[in-house]
Design a protein. Structure first.
Lengths: 115, 153, 200
């Protein structure tokens, strides 16, 4: 768990990222987190896991492979997610001007390591 | 969905829509049903309420025995369905929620929207129900007739 | 306390069958279950050990019908009788609207009856309820056994029934007295409601 927290810091170091989590997709629960104090991770974990599940079903229904990167842009910020092996999801919460490219790279790196 | 009191309906409906729960039951801590969704037989609802209240009462007692603060919620994960049980205080006394959810939902979603439902219920709940006369003085004849029917006598 | 819903016009009451181990609490519910039409009762839930001793409780929901314009339901519970299951007994008693104290009429079980009655009183007090304020009836079960083995209802009344509440001789296996007992406690519980006692 200590390693995971360290690994998440490689994501939170990216410009504009305010927090990162590893989330269990089937439970929608936080497995590990590194978040700024004002961020409540539990609701984001539950809803992002639900979204990732629905998107996977959508791409499956469309005959496509499962999504490898989710990027949600809102007026005041952004949520990024990368499915990992098994049942896990790497999630990052960022500002509007987050460096998406670098955050994605670090998230994919963590996901590919097999967490 | 069926709620004994109308003010419970809106928060419960929101919870059901958001969480995609299969079965939901709200009950008093003594196991009396307050609202339910998804059950098809009234008697099954009562049995589920009795069992849910018993589980919560047991965990409360375990906490007391172990001298730790009360457990607010517990969950059971099955192969296909999960069960979430949680106690909470309302202006009408302590209630318990029992939720059964399938793969279209998750424990995280259920927990999240359950907390919101509890906050909504506490906000909209009227105060304690007034006490007063419930049955007419002549209820005994009807009771005897009901019991005769019940026992075929 | 009884759950009374004025909008839906429904009343739900909780009745607990209490008494020493093997006095016949579960037999009461089993007889009621066997005699009540299917549409008026739910499944009987029994949390029992392999030896058929009640571990937590038995539960039987009954639909009494409409009384004074209220759809009236009774929830019948039993408690485990063995002394060491007191924690679960106390839990089941919580919120009870009425109690049926099922005593074993056998003379050799007399002390067990007395102990269970004292235990009932203590557990009710633990919930902040004075036994004198709660509807209660006594049932003296196993009255079918040979007379030299048992005490008569009169003798048991003298020894246990200090408050002079209603009592019924019974033989739960054949069903004698079961219906009368249920009628007795139902009347008391509903009378209390009719008198305008606080409702939850």
């Amino acid at each position: 768990m200590q390693d995971l927290a360290v690994a998440l810091e490689s994501i939170t170091r990216v410009h504009g990222v305010r927090g990162a989590m590893v989330v269990s997709v089937s439970d929608g629960l936080v497995v590990a987190e590194s978040l700024m104090e004002d961020i409540d991770g539990a609701p984001i974990a539950a809803l992002t896991a639900s979204l990732a599940t629905r998107l996977r079903r959508t791409t499956e229904a469309a005959g496509r492979r499962q999504p490898t990167f989710l990027h949600l842009r809102a007026d005041t910020g952004t949520v990024l997610a990368v499915p990992s092996s098994g049942d896990l999801l790497v999630v990052a919460i960022g500002e509007q001007d987050v460096n998406v490219g670098l955050a994605r790279l670090e998230m994919l790196h963590l996901a590919e390591r097999g967490i | 969905m069926r709620a004994l009191e109308p003010w419970v309906e809106a928060p419960l409906a929101t919870f059901l829509a958001e969480s995609s729960a299969r079965l939901t039951l709200l009950m008093t801590s003594a196991g009396q049903v307050v609202a339910q969704h998804g059950f098809t037989r009234a008697f099954d609802v009562m049995s589920a309420a009795a069992l849910g209240a018993a589980i919560m009462a047991s965990t409360d007692e375990l906490a007391r025995l172990m001298e730790v603060p009360a457990f607010h919620a517990l969950s059971h994960q099955g192969a296909h369905y999960g069960l979430f049980l949680s106690g909470f205080d309302t202006p009408r006394g302590r209630w318990i929620g029992l939720v059964v959810f399938g793969p279209e939902s998750s424990l995280g979603l259920v927990q999240l929207f359950f907390q919101r439902m509890v906050a909504d219920l506490v906000t909209v709940a009227p105060g304690p129900e007034p006490t007063g006369q419930v049955l007419g003085e002549d209820f005994e004849d009807e009771l005897n007739a009901s019991l005769r029917t019940l026992f075929g006598q | 306390m009884s759950l009374v819903n004025f909008t839906a016009r429904e009343i739900t009451c909780k009745i607990v069958y209490y008494g020493p181990g093997r006095s016949g609490k579960t037999s009461n519910l089993q007889y009621i279950y066997s005699r009540v039409p299917e549409g008026r009762r739910g499944r009987m839930v029994s949390l029992a050990t392999k030896g058929d001793r009640t571990l937590f409780f038995d539960f039987l929901p009954l639909e009494l019908g409409t009384i004074s314009g209220f759809a009236t339901r009774f929830q019948l519970y039993t408690v485990p009788g063995q002394v060491y299951y007191n924690a679960t007994r106390k839990l089941v008693l919580q919120g009870a609207d009425g109690v049926v104290f099922v005593a074993d009429s056998q003379a050799r079980r007399f002390d067990d009856n007395l102990e269970s009655l004292q235990n009932l009183q203590e557990n009710l007090l633990g919930h902040g309820v004075d036994i004198r304020d709660l509807p209660i009836v006594y049932q003296y079960n196993k009255q079918d056994l040979p007379s030299d083995l048992i005490l008569s209802p009169g003798e048991l009344d003298d020894a246990l029934n200090f408050r002079g509440v209603k009592s019924y001789g019974a033989d739960c296996l054949s069903g004698n007295g079961v219906f009368e007992t249920l009628r007795g406690i139902s009347e008391l519980v509903l009378k209390r409601l009719a008198a305008g006692s606080p409702v939850a």
